[in-house]
Design a protein around this ligand. Structure first.
Ligand code: FES
Length: 157
């Protein structure tokens, strides 16, 4: 899989904003761009990013693995991240996960047959005071309950 000419040029433009010795610092916006292009960042994608930034592939992969918003494999049209860290766990995150597994008929880490939803668990998503919290795509939902989740998923279908 090759990056489109347009995406490659956009990457080069991003990288050009950084000093030659600090090109690696452009890794996050470049990873975002690659994911926007392909929907995820495959091993091939990591190699492409590392090559563009002049850094070892292993280091690029290490950086990417730190950030849960980057996907190593294809995901659904909508990605649901259920926070499972302490506040949300105490607030009922596991019940939400069970509810979503039943409703979507998938396990955590899987995508629905129609390709609409991927269910993932996440570490703290910075809404501890509003537990339980989930993130769907780029939006955060606080004090979320099963009924609200049902309404949300119906609105996203
Ligand atoms: S513990 Fe869930 S948002 Fe922080």
């Amino acid at each position: 899989m090759e990056l489109s000419e347009e995406a490659r040029k956009e990457c080069e433009k991003i990288i050009s904003r950084y000093p030659e010795d600090w090109k690696e610092a452009a890794i996050l916006p470049v990873l975002h761009l690659v994911q926007r292009e392909w929907g995820y960042v495959s091993l091939e994608g990591i190699k492409t990013v590392a090559e563009m930034l002049g850094m070892p592939t292993a280091r690029a992969a290490g950086v990417m693995s730190f950030y849960p918003m980057f996907y190593k494999a294809p995901v659904g049209k909508h990605v649901i991240h259920v926070c499972s860290t302490l506040s949300c766990a105490l607030g009922g995150a596991e019940d939400l996960v069970d509810h979503l597994k039943r409703k979507l008929k998938i396990e955590v880490g899987e995508t629905t047959e129609d390709g609409n939803f991927t269910l993932l668990k996440a570490e703290c998503i910075a809404a501890c005071e509003a537990a339980p919290a989930i993130r769907i795509d780029d939006r955060l939902y606080r004090f979320i309950g099963k009924e609200q989740i049902d309404e949300l998923l119906d609105s996203l279908d």
